[in-house]
Design a protein around this ligand. Structure first.
Ligand SMILES: NC(=O)C1=CN([C@@H]2O[C@H](COP(=O)(O)OP(=O)(O)OC[C@H]3O[C@@H](n4cnc5c(N)ncnc54)[C@H](OP(=O)(O)O)[C@@H]3O)[C@@H](O)[C@H]2O)[C@@H](O)CC1
Ligand SMILES: Nc1ncnc2c1ncn2[C@@H]1O[C@H](COP(=O)(O)OP(=O)(O)OP(=O)(O)O)[C@@H](O)[C@H]1O
Ligand SMILES: [Mg+2]
Length: 321
């Protein structure tokens, strides 16, 4: 059994971040899709999707409900927004057969794009509507069929905790639970309470029990495990706990995981998996950006201020030229 060690996040950021090569075409630096955004939540999918672009992905899509789409589009013309998800209230008058037709249509809309994506982020601002979550569980099956990696966060974790088979033994799944989401996962999967005294061993057991998926447990230090190795990232971030920082993280993991996967085909393939590298890089960068934003804005630091600092924080670690 390997022991926990503090990851060298800066060095990993330098390793996984690709150079800006003029020979590369649009799309090669990453095509990310966020599955999330409903009547209540439009900020979370926006934060995840825009963070992916600000770090350096080429294209960032959002698949959300019809009500959320115009709102998310209005935040940014950079995002490609698909108003395809349906909640129960909009289909409750339909017969069972018509509801199935609606579900097939939703799945068709997502599936026609699936193979083009390097990574999905499933859950920021998804909500907990049962019809919508059933569609999303089928989207996860489609992603697995196409071997597309996915990061599960927010309400996606609510779905997965209640249907662990959706991610069990899928090596390209990354779960990014916050304190509440982690507690629910531990209770459900390990049948016990969170043990802070043995946090690393418990995280390793949890990841192993879910068949070697990668888990990034967010907190004062971020802990990352795939059931074998356990790494921590404790770089000083910010004392502000404004909502949305986890959404930046999930979009960032998707980009760095995609970049780390590209290294696999190169001559110097790192020993850690792309999922572990992606988590370490994202955690390190978010913490640097949060620290920079806090230096400028102090108590009024908001998630959008942290997003504005992603570029400078990455530039300080690996300059573009
Ligand atoms: N600006 C935005 O748009 C942002 C949107 N965000 C989005 O918010 C969503 C929830 O994420 P979160 O982080 O609030 O979840 P978390 O800490 O487990 O819950 C806190 C407490 O609330 C409750 N609860 C939560 N959701 C519930 C529901 N649908 N229905 C009923 N209860 C619910 C929960 O109760 P419990 O389930 O534990 O009993 C717990 O006590 C998620 O989609 C996220 O992406 C955030 O990313 C922030 C920025
Ligand atoms: N106590 C803490 N001290 C320092 N950093 C923290 C602390 N808690 C969380 N973080 C950092 O903030 C990031 C987001 O974690 P958080 O627990 O706020 O996620 P979340 O609740 O899912 O956020 P969101 O509001 O986006 O849903 C993590 O990557 C972590 O690095
Ligand atoms: Mg969250």
């Amino acid at each position: 059994m390997s022991s926990t060690s503090e990851a060298d996040a800066e060095s990993i950021l330098r390793t996984v971040t690709p150079s800006l090569d003029p020979k590369r075409h649009k799309g090669q630096a990453g095509k990310i899709a966020v599955i999330g955004g409903c009547r209540e939540y439009t900020g979370a999918p926006y934060f995840a999707a825009i963070s992916a672009l600000k770090i350096g992905a080429d294209l960032s899509h959002v698949f959300c409900t019809k009500d959320a789409a115009p709102v998310i589009k209005s935040y940014s013309p950079e995002l490609i927004v698909h108003p395809v998800l349906e909640e129960s209230y909009s289909i409750s008058q339909l017969s069972e057969e018509d509801q199935r037709t609606v579900q097939d249509k939703v799945l068709g809309e997502v599936d026609k794009w699936m193979e083009r994506f390097d990574c999905l982020v499933i859950g920021p601002g998804l909500g907990r509507d049962p019809f919508l979550l059933e569609c999303v569980s089928k989207i996860m099956l489609l992603a697995k069929k196409s071997n597309v990696p996915f990061v599960v966060d927010g309400d996606g974790l609510f779905l997965v905790t209640n249907s662990i088979d959706l991610v069990n033994s899928y090596p390209l799944a990354v779960l990014t639970p916050n304190v509440n989401e982690y507690k629910r996962l531990v209770q459900k999967v390990l049948n016990c309470e969170v043990d802070e005294q043995n946090a690393e061993d418990q995280l390793r057991s949890l990841a192993k029990q879910i068949g070697g998926v990668t888990i990034l447990r967010k907190g004062k230090s971020d802990l990352i495990s795939n059931g074998e190795t356990v790494k921590s990232v404790s770089i000083y971030g910010s004392p502000r706990r404004c909502g949305g920082q986890g959404d930046i993280l999930s979009g960032s993991v998707a980009v760095f995981l995609s970049w780390a996967q590209q290294l696999r085909s190169g001559p110097e393939s790192p020993s850690e998996t792309p999922a572990i590298l992606g988590c370490i890089a994202a955690s390190g960068l978010l913490r640097k950006a949060a620290s920079l934003a806090f230096t400028k804005h102090k108590r009024s630091t908001l998630t959008s201020d942290i997003i504005e600092c992603l570029g400078k924080s990455l530039e300080d670690i690996c300059p573009a030229s």
